[in-house]
Design a protein around this ligand. Structure first.
Ligand code: KIV
Ligand code: NA
Length: 276
């Protein structure tokens, strides 16, 4: 079944959970599609887990297009959401529509995501009016890391919680089809989920959100510079990659690899002529 904004809404209405993972390349996206995950986010987290930057701020629209093309090439039924990176929509609604359009035309994105609440409502409205569905993102919005003074849980005080609820309602009113809640205390995320008619997708926002998302390198133990509390490690693939890289290194040096099995045999008649 093809996942669309309509099927996302049906999940919410039927009280069924939505699964999402990030992906940044063809091979990973193909596995996620096979697993039946509802949606892939080509996240600007690629700045950290793929490009090795300390935050997401230097990711460009071109970076997003490059990775979105790879992911969308693998996908048939999985919804693809592509992040608008820092400073690709903050300037104006016109800039937001232009860059969202590039993600669709050049990156083949199905939907786009941007960070923020009431202050970006006019961007959400303008992109939606252009026929491009928008996913919102509130709570810990990594593009504001310098304003927050670090990667921290958001909405902890009464006033911060009230602002988060107001922002969530503004995002919905502006026409967003879904909303990511990142690093939000569980009961506040539950309350927002109850107040909204559109689905919420949580990451570090407890069990009550309508869906969940994780960065796949985090859940598989491939990215291990740090591990957030909300990450469940489903595997330690990084450890297995390390062991296999070491084994390959020693097999090359000890001339165990390649063996006959991995070798193209020369035609002896040709070799006889060649050497003569
Ligand atoms: O870029 C990303 O991976 C994200 C998710 C963490 C929601 O925005
Ligand atoms: Na992101």
């Amino acid at each position: 079944m093809k996942n669309t904004v309509q099927t996302f809404q049906k999940f919410k209405d039927d009280k069924k959970k939505i699964s999402m993972l990030t992906a940044y390349d063809y091979s990973t996206a193909a596995l996620i599609e096979k697993a039946g995950i509802n949606a892939i986010l080509v996240g600007d987290s690629l700045g950290m887990v793929v490009l090795g930057h300390k935050d997401t701020l230097s990711v460009t629209v071109e970076d997003m297009i490059y990775h979105s093309r790879a992911v969308t090439a693998a996908v048939e039924n999985t919804m693809v959401v592509v992040d608008l990176p820092f400073m690709s929509y903050q300037v104006s609604a016109a800039q937001a529509v232009k860059n969202a359009g590039r993600l669709v035309k050049e990156g083949h994105a199905q939907t786009v995501k941007l960070e923020g609440g009431r202050q970006v409502a006019d961007r959400i409205e303008a992109i939606t009016a252009a026929g491009i569905p928008v996913m919102g993102h509130l709570g810990l919005t990594p593009q504001s890391v310098n304003a927050f003074g670090g990667f921290k849980v958001q909405g902890k005080t009464l006033s911060a919680a009230e602002k988060l609820i107001d922002d969530a309602l503004a995002v919905q009113k502006a026409g967003a089809f879904a909303l990511v809640l990142e690093c939000v205390p569980d009961q506040l995320a539950a309350l927002i989920t109850e107040k909204l008619s559109i689905p919420t997708i949580g990451i570090g926002a407890g069990a009550a959100t309508d869906g969940q998302i994780l960065v796949y390198q985090d859940m598989l133990g491939i990215f291990s510079d740090f591990k957030a509390k909300f990450v469940k490690r489903y595997d330690e693939i990084g450890q297995r990659m390390l062991a296999d890289f070491k084994k390959y290194d020693s097999e090359v040096k000890e001339q165990i690899f390649p063996s006959q099995e991995h070798t193209f045999k020369s035609d002896p008649a040709v070799m006889d002529q060649l050497i003569k």
